[in-house]
Design a protein around this ligand. Structure first.
Ligand SMILES: Cc1cc2nc3c(=O)[nH]c(=O)nc-3n(C[C@H](O)[C@H](O)[C@H](O)COP(=O)(O)OP(=O)(O)OC[C@H]3O[C@@H](n4cnc5c(N)ncnc54)[C@H](O)[C@@H]3O)c2cc1C
Length: 393
């Protein structure tokens, strides 16, 4: 259920192992809600194990091996990936719809893979304690031995209270919008920090994809303040953009992306397993949500694909997938929580301008080796999964 990164990668791996897979996606295409462009070395290593890395890299993308941060009028590099041990020691910036289309295309090579777009799962069907299938909004009923809930942070397993959620809280939300590129600037990811404001820019060739970060719940107030105030806030945060008044024409161009940080305390029950954001909504910090979703899909297939392909029950194995993935998820969420509460929230609450560079950033500048630590953790994640699920004859 759900054709995001988790659902499509799981669909590919289970079909590759010889299972009959039906992926149901409520949207008619992949061009919905923006959810990140970052494909990390850990994901490209998985593609490499599947023999797909070269085909993936043939698709248009940009390569990012560090981000540029501007704070207090000074610029610096943060997160150095050049020392990561991977055949692809960079982040491939590829619009998510392209990445999803790539996964769809590769999964479609396997006869057991079937994708139904533009159709929602309305409810899951219970047979006693077990989840035995799903009912679509068309009225169609699907009977299955395993429902994989890969339907994101508003998953049906949360809405229908089938599995318990623990909210960790997030102090930020984001406006997402495009601005034309008027200047030549090096660097595919640029972060500008000023007191009370953060602007992140992703180079998409012709234009900047921008994220304006602000305290949670203030979207309506920011919009009420009007377009000129918003334009001024962006220009002051990132003066190198120049004048953007003519580029940002309406407040409707600002799309609100609500950030959450939470996880299920139990990812499964008989007949049902949640993976990806459905199991753990990630903060956009570090751009790791897609990659974690892919790791979950790999772990699920490693444990479950072979017995499922042989027609066996896997109910007793579902807890193994959670145990395999939950420790790294908890650790990454703990780091994200500290970063958002101790770094982002104070920046957004700050009123006085930065007079210099905060000490932790100065240390990163002075000791390049320190820059590699966050770089490696972001690039490779924690407890990287290797594909061990079989390739059916
Ligand atoms: C503002 C923001 C920026 C982010 N930036 C990044 C980034 O740069 N890099 C990164 O790695 N991560 C980023 N993330 C996190 C990342 O988007 C998610 O972690 C990742 O998309 C999770 O993948 P998924 O497959 O689990 O879920 P999703 O990508 O949410 O996919 C779930 C799919 O299920 C479908 N669906 C939902 N309900 C139903 C239903 N009832 N029936 C059928 N289909 C259904 C949805 O339409 C969707 O296609 C960001 C998140 C936010 C909020």
């Amino acid at each position: 259920m759900g054709a995001g990164p988790a659902g499509l990668m799981a669909g590919l791996l289970f079909a590759r192992a010889g299972c009959s897979v039906r992926v149901v996606e409520k949207h008619g295409d992949f061009l919905h809600d923006f959810r990140g462009d970052t494909v990390h070395p850990s994901t490209m290593d998985v593609l490499g194990e599947l023999g797909l890395r070269e085909r993936f890299l043939e698709r248009p993308h940009q390569r990012l091996s560090r981000a540029e941060l501007r704070i207090g009028g000074r610029e610096m590099s943060v997160g150095d990936l050049s020392h990561v041990r991977s055949a692809t020691p960079f982040i491939a910036m590829m619009p998510q719809w392209d990445f999803l289309d790539f996964l769809r295309e590769e999964a479609s090579r396997y006869p057991g893979f079937r994708l139904t777009m533009g159709s929602s799962v309305r409810s899951l069907e219970e047979a006693g304690e077990r989840i035995a299938g799903a009912r679509l909004d068309s009225g169609e009923r699907i009977r299955t031995r395993l429902v994989l809930a890969a339907d994101g942070r508003r998953s049906i397993v949360r809405v229908d209270e089938l599995l318990p959620v623990k909210d960790l809280g997030s102090p930020i939300d984001v406006f997402w919008f495009e601005l034309p590129k008027r200047t030549q600037e090096e660097g595919t990811l640029r972060i500008a920090v000023e007191a009370g404001r953060i602007l992140v820019r992703v180079d998409r060739g012709e234009y900047w994809q921008c994220a304006f970060v602000f305290p949670k719940g203030q979207a309506a107030a920011l919009k009420r303040a009007g377009l000129p105030a918003m334009v001024a806030a962006i220009e002051q945060t990132e003066p190198r953009l120049g004048t953007i008044a003519g580029d940002l024409r309406s407040l409707d161009d600002l799309h609100l992306l609500e950030v959450s940080l939470d996880r299920l305390t139990r990812w499964h029950r008989p007949g049902l397993l949640a993976i990806g954001d459905a199991a753990h909504a990630m903060s956009p910090m570090g751009g790791i949500g897609i990659n974690l979703a892919i790791q979950d899909a790999v772990a699920a297939a490693n444990v479950l694909a072979e017995p499922l392909a042989r027609g066996r029950s896997v109910d007793h194995l579902l807890g193994k997938v959670q145990r395999r993935r939950q420790r790294s998820t908890q650790l990454i969420q703990a780091v994200q929580k500290i970063a958002q509460d101790r770094v982002l929230a104070p920046v957004l609450q700050r009123r006085g301008a930065y007079q210099g560079v905060p000490l932790p950033l100065l240390l990163l500048q002075r000791f390049p080796a320190l820059r590699r630590v966050p770089g490696r953790a972001i690039a490779m994640g924690i407890r990287r999964e290797q594909v061990t699920s079989p390739l059916a004859a």
